[in-house]
Design a protein around this ligand. Structure first.
Ligand code: 5GP
Length: 176
């Protein structure tokens, strides 16, 4: 089996993930029921979470993407690089930034700072995962799927050296 070959330990099953993503979608739909938010997905890692999340949202929303690079193998490089700009106007919009995982918080800080310069009406963050005790942010992560220990995870869009994004569940890597 692929998961055994790659030394993966299951953390959340596909069913558990879908149940939690549905809850997040309901929370977002309720909070934004009087508006029409602009959802911005952070590529590449968030693409599967984002695809499921927007299908759990029952209000109209616009969609855009931004792409950054910050990781080498399983460790943060400490440097965030913008690879692709978002393209829809942000000024006056209720923006929801969608990220796969918050580890050191450097990536989210960098993107938040950049997007706030374009004067959105409001700004919130939805992250599929947040690692406990690894970041100390001076702003909230408004919607979090799961809080997880400080270990490297793969699957459901998250990669190891570009691979394993296609796994339906979320896994720890045994050797991390
Ligand atoms: P941060 O800047 O918060 O340290 O890291 C954020 C980015 O690093 C995430 O968007 C993600 O791409 C990558 N990352 C952080 N932790 C993990 C992890 O456990 N697994 C994977 N696959 N990527 C991670």
């Amino acid at each position: 089996m692929y998961e055994l070959d790659k030394n993966l330990i299951p953390l959340f099953s596909s069913n558990e993930i879908h149940a939690r993503v549905k809850e997040l979608g309901s929370e977002i739909s309720e909070k934004y029921r009087h508006t029409h938010p602009l959802i911005i997905g952070v590529l590449n890692g968030s693409f599967i979470f984002l695809a499921d999340l927007i299908r759990s949202i029952s209000i109209d929303c616009d969609l855009d993407f931004i792409k950054v690079k910050s990781y080498k193998k399983t460790k943060s490089t400490g440097k965030v690089q913008l690879v692709m700009e978002n393209s829809l106007p942000i000024k006056g919009k209720d923006v929801i930034l969608v990220e796969d995982i918050i580890d050191t918080g450097l990536t989210i800080k960098f993107i938040r700072q950049k997007l706030l310069k374009s004067s959105p009406k409001s700004f919130s963050i939805a992250s599929f995962l947040s690692k406990k005790g690894t970041h100390n942010l001076d702003f909230p992560i408004d919607f979090i799927g799961f809080e997880i220990p400080h270990k490297f995870v793969v699957g459901y869009g998250l990669d190891f050296e570009g691979k394993m994004r296609n796994l339906n569940g979320l896994y720890y890597m045994k050797n991390d």
